[in-house]
Design a protein around this ligand. Structure first.
Ligand code: HEC
Length: 106
């Protein structure tokens, strides 16, 4: 008879797996939207229309590749005030933000 606690933790792992595969859940999306508003907004404007940083509106980013945007978010832009966010977020989250910027009205 295997240790019931080992079985329980295995079961917990299996149950947690579908959620992990889905990646960014609703709660995380909410956090990222908040980050865009508060943190990115402090430089790019609360309505993303620009400030210290250039506008991040859908129109301003139109034609830019989501990968390029995600890389800028992750690594920053050397020589500008755009900081690298890699220490603070996963690549998946940076891609989510890139899509969010490209797809949503500010
Ligand atoms: C400390 C100020 C600051 C913060 C915070 C900041 N940025 Fe920037 N960002 C800049 C500056 C400055 C530039 C480069 C010059 C420019 O494009 O105006 C830039 C450039 C960019 C660019 C390239 C824009 C283009 O048209 O080439 C993107 C995309 C971008 N930032 C996204 C973000 C996102 C997303 C966040 C939040 C996760 C963020 N930035 C947070 C200052 C900031």
């Amino acid at each position: 008879m295997p240790d019931p606690r080992a079985l329980a933790s295995m079961l917990a792992l299996v149950l947690a797996m579908p959620a992990a595969a889905e990646g960014i859940d609703a709660e995380k999306q909410h956090e990222l939207e908040h980050l865009v508003l508060q943190d990115c907004g402090s430089c790019h404007g609360l309505t993303r229309k620009g400030g210290l940083g250039s506008p991040l509106t859908r129109e301003a980013l139109e034609g830019m590749d989501r990968q390029v945007i995600a890389e800028i978010i992750l690594d920053g832009m050397p020589g500008t005030a755009m900081p690298p966010w890699r220490p603070l977020m996963t690549e998946e989250e940076a891609y989510w933000i890139a899509d969010y910027l490209l797809e949503t009205e500010e």
